[in-house]
Design a protein around this ligand. Structure first.
Ligand code: NAD
Length: 371
């Protein structure tokens, strides 16, 4: 019987409606190769939802996400909504999705495609073959801890935020990271600041306490300041890194830049049952929206992550990633990854042409496999 995969597609704003349909088409084609069918439910989120439904996260959108096997999101936001009060901004749609769907584990791979080694700010030999996965806790820590605010104390204002993690929050994110490390190179580095912050002392204790259950994973610990340094000194030493919300926010952006371009970076946000929301790391890029200039590869690679982490179809994920590698090897580039102009057999193409090249790549791979 044909497996039918249900995906909620939330294109959002700016370049979202340009890149999401490409990722959907690539996903549909790659799934068809393994005899699976794709059923897509489109829904509104962000600025377009404010304009068309009066709020950034309409109830129908949440319902569509809950009814799906996974969610594919483009991006939200744009200058036309920036003057609105905080709780009526497009970003509220994204935060609402994370909290309502209990997406506590954020996965940010930093993977360098060999043809793009020159695009990194580090020397090619430091980054070639780079394949790091940062697992960031997404729904706790100092971004959510109470008390928080600006208060009066001794006749002056004091700003307060609270770094707080309960054991169960640490344990569930650590288990996600151990499981992922077990499926990769078997190395997990937990990042904390246990020499200064008691909350992260507990973090280290809880993570260490799980290590015996994962004998196939080599666990190490690193202070966050050193981790930042090591990421730009010798990034290939890392396989999987796990850390709290704030440290993960910072380190994942550092790791991201090792790979060169925002237009190449996918992400996943997972719930406890493997349900996930998949989206490019970049925003809605209003400066290039509607110009057929956006790089769709980050969204396409997000769809590949969906196959790997929510749909249990790693071969389909690999097929999509190979197609991305294939078009890059053929010299096809959107402007953001061209690196200063056409040269050495590279060709600048638009968003749609990149989508067509990917589909052709997948289809030709399937023909090759069959022959
Ligand atoms: P951005 O990521 O949208 O753009 C930063 C720069 O990178 C721009 O010059 C843009 O043209 C370029 N860029 C981004 N994605 C690209 C792609 N796929 N191909 C080629 N170039 C690309 O960040 P920003 O400009 O700070 O924010 C723009 C809007 O997006 C804001 O409203 C912001 O709030 C929102 N935003 C949303 C998300 C999200 O939805 N997850 C994330 C970040 C920013």
């Amino acid at each position: 019987m044909t497996r039918v995969i249900k995906v909620a597609a939330l294109a959002g704003d700016g370049i979202g409606p340009e890149v999401v349909p490409i990722a959907v088409a690539v996903l549909r084609t790659a799934l068809a190769e393994v005899g699976a069918a794709l059923e897509v439910q489109e829904a509104l989120v962000g600025g377009c939802a404010i304009d068309q439904a009066g709020e950034p996260l309409p109830e129908e959108t949440l319902a569509a996400c809950r009814a799906a096997d996974a969610v594919l999101l483009g991006a939200v936001g744009g200058p036309q909504w920036e003057d609105r009060p905080m709780d009526q901004r497009p970003e509220k749609g994204l935060l609402g999705l994370r909290s309502n769907l209990e997406l506590f584990a954020n996965l940010r791979p930093a993977l360098l495609f060999p043809p793009l080694a020159q695009a990194s700010s580090l020397k090619p030999e430091l980054v070639s073959g780079l394949d790091i996965l940062i697992v960031r806790e997404l729904t706790g820590g100092i971004y959510f801890g109470e008390p928080r605010g600006i208060f009066f104390e001794d006749n002056e204002r004091v700003g307060v935020n609270t770094y707080k993690y309960a054991e169960h929050e640490i344990e569930r994110i650590a288990r996600v990271a151990f499981d992922l490390a077990a499926k990769r190179q078997g190395r997990l580095c937990s990042v904390d600041k246990a020499n200064v912050l008691e909350a992260t002392d507990l973090w280290r204790e809880v993570v260490s306490g799980l290590a015996d259950e994962y004998p196939q994973v080599a666990l190490s610990h690193m202070y966050v300041d050193n981790a930042g340094m090591q990421l730009v000194r010798a990034p290939k030493q890392f396989d999987v890194m796990v850390t709290g919300n704030m440290f993960g926010d910072i380190l994942s952006d550092v790791a991201a830049m090792l790979t060169g371009s925002l237009g190449m970076l996918p992400s996943a946000s997972l719930a406890a049952d493997g349900f996930g929301l998949y989206e490019p790391v970049h925003g809605s890029a209003p400066d290039i929206a509607g110009q057929d200039a956006a790089n769709p590869l980050a969204t396409v690679l997000s769809a590949a992550m969906m196959c790997r982490y929510s749909l249990d179809l790693p071969a389909v994920a690999a097929r999509i990633e190979e197609a991305v590698d294939g078009v890059l090897r053929r010299g096809l580039r959107t402007a953001d990854i061209l690196g200063g102009g056409e040269q050495d057999g590279m060709e600048q193409i638009g968003t749609k042409a990149m989508g067509e090249a990917l589909l052709a790549e997948i289809e030709s791979g399937a023909e090759g496999a069959g022959s």
